[in-house]
Design a protein around this ligand. Structure first.
Ligand code: PLP
Length: 403
């Protein structure tokens, strides 16, 4: 049974007020709130276990290492990777994509080689490729979207050439809520013998993501968007690919033997984990994934889909409403009449309603849609129908003020 009030109790922040009004938090695409169990697991580790991992023979270090490696196993199970060697801890989606761009770029790409991305990417799946372009003179090809906000898969097919080395695409758009047909895209890429990186920042919090079922070669996500702590994320990579790539950063942990002349590197996944990892955050992430797993994605998806559908229906009845994208997932982007997105967001905030405004780190997508920015409401498992009603009432009120 899905008891929403019980779930809301797990997130103490949801009980607070802003401007003397109950908080309505609808900025979950940016980051989710944290259940008490995550904060408690991290507090407990700092208070009772804290020691650097992998380095000490002493009791605390071993205990901290056990927690850290248990967290890796929790992630492995959560995304169904074949082995923990395929689970690299990073600081988040952004770092994971930069890692692939840097290491794959160094090893597998040269002047004139091509990466395919899409028009709906977050900046973190655009700029790393531009940085690589400036270093290695690669080409970036962009798959367009349709007016409905879906990838134009016919054009995608035509973008492949004998110089295509990688496809890098988001699973779910953080602006449009489009769920891309990743399995089909993976098949297309593999039919051309091209590996694929999936930006799963906006899918992992909302649906079961099985890397073996998707058959993707790399996948990136952030802990903080799935009820976990900030500063921790994951890069999944097939072992055969990670093995081929050079290290990302140099330092402690990632080495096997070091002399001034030569260094050999640690085995996977440590080759990609230079320096002290955020071992407390990995514990928090594991606790968050356990929390989500206990509720179950069947339940979460059903709840979030109902909310999103209801929100679209209610919003579309507002005069002057423009909705962007299909909102397959827990994201609704919109503009109302001539009201500037920033004005709408600011006035909603005064009513206690937290939404995101602006370009959502997807400026090329804004250009495609012919707007400077939108307002985005994004839902999580703890949001309620009453909160959607508050959003709709808030927008009506602001619209009235603007006449
Ligand atoms: N990719 C997508 C689709 C996102 O929505 C985001 C964050 O909003 C990112 C990547 C970047 O995530 P992070 O800032 O956690 O690295």
């Amino acid at each position: 049974m899905f008891d929403i009030q019980q779930i809301r109790h797990d997130f103490p922040i949801l009980g607070r007020e802003v401007y003397n009004r109950p908080l309505v938090y609808l900025d979950n695409g940016a980051t989710t709130q944290k259940p008490l169990c995550v904060v408690q697991a991290m507090t407990d580790e700092y208070l009772n276990v804290n020691a650097n991992v992998h380095r000490g023979v002493h009791f605390l270090s071993q205990q901290a290492t056990d927690l850290h490696e248990a967290a890796r196993e929790t992630v492995r199970k959560f995304i169904n990777a074949r082995s923990t060697a395929e689970v690299v801890f990073t600081r988040g989606t952004t770092e994971s994509i930069n890692l692939v761009a840097a290491c794959f770029g160094q090893q597998c790409m040269g002047p004139g080689d091509e990466v395919i991305i899409t028009e709906m990417e977050h900046h973190s799946n655009i700029v790393p490729w531009q940085l690589l372009k400036s270093r290695k003179d690669i080409n970036i090809k962009v798959c367009p979207i349709t007016d409905e906000g879906r990838l134009d898969l016919n054009v995608l097919e035509r973008l492949f050439s004998e110089r295509t080395r990688l496809v890098s695409v988001c699973h779910v758009s953080n602006v449009l809520g489009t769920v891309n047909p990743i399995k089909d895209i993976v098949s297309k890429a593999h039919a051309h013998n091209v590996p694929i990186l999936v930006d799963a920042a906006q899918s992992v919090p909302h649906m079961a993501v099985d890397v073996q079922a998707l058959d993707c070669d790399f996948l990136a996500f952030s802990g903080h968007k799935v009820y976990g702590p900030t500063g921790i994320g994951v890069l999944y990579g097939k072992e055969e690919w990670l093995d081929k790539l050079p290290p990302y950063m140099g330092g402690g942990e990632m080495i096997d033997r070091v002399t001034f002349q030569h260094t050999t590197f640690n085995h996977l996944p440590y080759k990609f984990e230079a320096g002290t990892p955020d071992y407390v955050a990995t514990t928090g992430l594991a606790r968050a994934l356990d929390y989500v797993s206990t509720i179950g994605f069947e339940t979460i998806e059903k709840h979030e889909h109902e909310l999103t559908k209801y929100a679209r229906e209610q919003l579309s009845e507002i005069d002057g409403m423009r909705l962007f994208g299909p909102s397959d997932d827990a994201v609704v982007s919109f503009l109302v009449g001539n009201i500037h997105h920033l004005d709408l967001g600011t006035l909603l905030d005064r009513l206690g309603i937290a939404v995101r405004t602006g370009h959502h780190c997807a400026e090329p997508l804004m250009h495609r849609m012919g707007v400077e920015g939108t307002v985005r409401a994004s839902f999580a498992l703890y949001n309620t129908v009453e909160e959607v009603d508050a959003l709709v009432a808030g927008i009506r009120r602001v619209a009235q003020m603007f006449g």
